[in-house]
Design a protein around this ligand. Structure first.
Ligand code: SF4
Length: 347
């Protein structure tokens, strides 16, 4: 059977595997066994699935695809703790993922949900690629399966902050996050799985209404619509007031969780004391977190502010803050272009 006619077993959730088993006359408990082999063990070779009968192994070998990504390269940062992976999808498009191990040996992996992106954020390297494809559930999960195998380390945190806008590939992103969270899948706590969006409001609403327990981050990056319109075209469709309303809806529906507003701070764009004052004012309306991310320079158009400017910005936030928690993310892996907003593959 040619590859184009084969079935993607990797990426199926349990109900889908049960349907596949039924169609092939296997008992439903085989679906659970396959699920564990695919995700808990990350098996790409059906012959190692020791509790699967030979007739099932033969059908999988003949009709199914178990491996969706090809590893092209691996680049290790000077700190040895951050590694960028370049993968090729079955369609021949490229994606990148980043593995980061912190001082406490916690392993965080930043994954892509699309190859490229068509939302055109002016400061983002991925935007230069345009949109090449939405990733399948299997392609999203294979980034983690391959990184887990190569690093030999369990994965503690997953962030959907690599290439692409996750909420423009909503179904595959949520399905993959559920498999990551499932005890027989990756067994990663829902609070340790974070989906980051630029603010696709109908999908944020759906995410809240479906009562998803995963972390939610919104890339805000400006304290007023004028600035945000200039750097993030999506703001013309869903301006800041809509995002603040989504935060209020989230707080109403989640007694404990908080949305994280990410703020990539860029010199002379959104880094002044008055920007910080304005940001405090708009975020004080409902509980949330704000994550300040000093910009990782890509092509020279935008600059990272000096440490003094960043400190003044943060001090101003602390001065006016009543309702939100402030975090600062100093990215690792800048020497390999693996920092936030730096992922891009020019084909
Ligand atoms: S920041 Fe995110 S949404 Fe904007 S262009 Fe880059 S990948 Fe797309």
């Amino acid at each position: 059977m040619s590859n184009s006619n084969k079935i993607f077993l990797k990426g199926m959730d349990l109900p889908e595997l049960e349907v596949w088993c039924k169609l092939n006359n296997f008992l439903p408990f085989r679906a659970k066994q396959l699920y564990e082999w695919l995700y808990c063990h990350g098996s790409e070779d059906v012959s190692v699935m020791t509790n699967i009968p030979n007739n099932c192994i033969e059908i999988i070998q003949e009709q199914c695809i178990l491996s969706t990504l090809e590893l092209i390269s691996k680049t290790v940062a000077q700190n040895k703790k951050t590694i960028k992976f370049l993968f090729k999808t079955i369609n021949g498009n490229f994606i990148e993922s980043v593995s980061m191990v912190d001082e406490a040996d916690r392993h965080t992996v930043c994954i892509s949900s699309q190859s490229g992106c068509n939302l055109g954020c002016d400061f983002c390297a991925t935007a230069k690629m345009g949109l090449l494809q939405n990733l399948s559930t299997g392609e999203i999960l294979d980034q983690l399966i391959i990184i887990r195998r190569l690093s030999g380390l369990a994965i503690n945190n997953v962030v959907y902050m690599g290439m692409g806008e996750p909420f423009l590939n909503y179904d595959n992103v949520i399905k993959s996050a559920n498999i990551l969270n499932n005890k027989k899948g990756f067994n990663i706590s829902a609070q340790k799985i974070t989906i980051s969006t630029v603010g696709i409001v109908p999908k944020i609403k759906r995410f809240i209404e479906e009562k998803n327990k995963f972390g939610l981050a919104i890339s805000l990056n400006a304290s007023n619509d004028l600035t945000r319109n200039n750097i993030m075209p999506i703001n013309k469709k869903w301006p800041i007031a809509d995002l603040i309303n989504m935060n209020k809806m989230y707080v109403k529906n989640n007694k404990r969780g908080k949305i994280t507003f990410e703020y990539v701070i860029m010199d002379g764009i959104n880094s002044s004391v008055s920007d910080a004052t304005e940001l405090s004012r708009i975020l004080n309306s409902a509980k949330c977190k704000v994550n300040i991310i000093p910009y990782n320079e890509t092509d020279g158009k935008y600059k990272r502010p000096s440490d003094t400017t960043i400190k003044e910005f943060i001090d101003t936030l602390y001065l006016y803050n009543k309702n939100f928690q402030i975090l600062v993310r100093w990215s690792n892996g800048l020497d390999i272009d693996a920092g936030c907003g730096q992922l891009a593959v020019v084909q």
